[in-house]
Design a protein around this ligand. Sequence first.
Ligand code: AGP
Length: 616
Amino acid sequence: MCGIVGYVGKRNAKDVILDGLKRLEYRGYDSAGIALVRNGSVEIRQKVGEIRNLEELLDNESRRGISFESYTGIGHTRWATHGAPSDINAHPHADQSGTVAIVHNGIIENFVELKERLTRQYHVHFRSETDSEVIAQLIGIYMRDAESLEDAVYAATQDMTGAYAFAVISSKDPNKIVAVRKDAPLIAGIGKGENFIASDIPALLKYCKEIYLIENGEMVVVTADRIDIFDENRNPVRREVFHVTWDVDAAEKEGYPHFMLKEIYEQPKAIEETIARRLDEAGNIRLDGISLTKEDLANISRIYIVACGAAYPAGLVGKFIIEKLAKIPVEVDVASEFRYRDPLVDERTLFIAISQSGETLDTLAALRAAKAKGARVLSVVNVVGSSVARESDDVFYTWAGPEIAVASTKAYTTQLTCMYLLALHMGRTLGTISETDYHALLAALREIPGKLADYLRDVREVEALAKILYTRDQVFFIGRGLDAAVAYEGSLKLKEISYINSFAIAAGELKHGTIALMEPGTLVLCLATQDALYEKMLSNIQEIKARGAHVLTVAKAGNRAVEAQSNEVIYIPDCRDELTPLLSVVPLQLFAYDVAKERGCNIDKPKNLAKSVTVE
Ligand code: AGP
């Protein structure tokens, strides 16, 4: 959620840090700041609002002759947890001596107790409302007697509980950054005569493509010439270099007006890539590094699919297809509920975590809860080397590439793709589907990228509909079976980027209460792609039509009957019922995008939202 960037080396640290912070803006934030070691002191500047406010502050001071030339510094973009967004609550935070500065991502859970102790014992006067300032004050106290910054940092971490990644600089140990990782992302970038730290890869891509992934509990000490990693007992750690294959452009918009639109159009390639990497020479599925043998699968009594946000309806599709093909019971849960209901998990449980960022703390915590009860953990993740990936027994990567827009699109459809591949592998391995069915469904899956690319060639009808319907202040999404799962995702897309109050419900449930809300003109998006449920769905459409609803239906090409009951119909390419979610979600993504555009919303960075929610 918060962005961290640090630099030690030969360049002007201020420029490198501000540039890195801008590449993390997509993660969502409400204030920004920078701390630089110079002339025996630590200069800190923080500003609420966008990074450009901080730049303006720095430029104004520079024009008044204040120099910010420095070769060691840290910077931060904050997404408020404790303390409202404000200048004083923005990071970096300093200790009372002004010789230590920190930037922090996460939550210090025992910060109240630590604040009381520091105030009582050391008469520390806290300036901000944040939990993070406690880290700076604590290190500042330990620095009084420590031989090095890392000694003081290590001592401070022994007093802290919670989830955090933080970075520290000090004018008492000036050419160094010390950073620590516990349940929040942290990487170190390897340069020549310069080194970096950051919370996410895009921040460093302009300067380096070789990085160290810092593991939980580890401390990293960074100077211009060295990067040293230590485990939680301060033993030196040898870490493999991770070579980043993305380039800066891949993380840029490539000519699209928004990252979200770019990522919607990248879906054919992303789905194709996610499939292609799992096919052997004979065109059969091999789960690249995951061994789920017949014995393994036969031993599974229950599968939990646990996720948050868009990944949850992806899990609903996963449930449908895994139960249909592998005949293994599947439960789907939101992570924030799973971990607190003492779930029935044991050694015969397969826990599947779905997470684009791999840093969602609710999902990570649920994974740990399941693991502690003996479950085998398989995660479906987009960010390579993320926390969820590193704590899983097996990882099934969605090869979607960097997803920058807060609203998930290509990550969602590649998550679905992974569900289909897993279900097909399980069904074939268990013999619960025939070879004929296996090959037929896999062949149909491989046709989806082409069908989707064809559909995306002309989507002007969706844009035209958005121009008519964007003023609605409430929208319903309904469907049955797989269409219900997609309705949830379509509703989430619309609400999170257009701020319209949208609501999804299984169509059969309408008559149990929600239909009371139907008024003449109420906009209802109806998904009617499931041949097997079509007649039932038609009845539901007639129910709401009879009450004056404005019906916008998504149906498979060739289904003309639905037109008589709809105000408008959006057709998707024909395909097997099981695979329609990979296609039917895309007009809903585009509808959300076009409506948000008409409403002048901040599409890539919606208000109050972040790309990765690393707090509870
Ligand atoms: C979806 O469009 C949102 N960005 C959000 O709900 C997201 O899906 C959720 O926060 C989970 O994120 P994750 O997939 O990175 O775990």
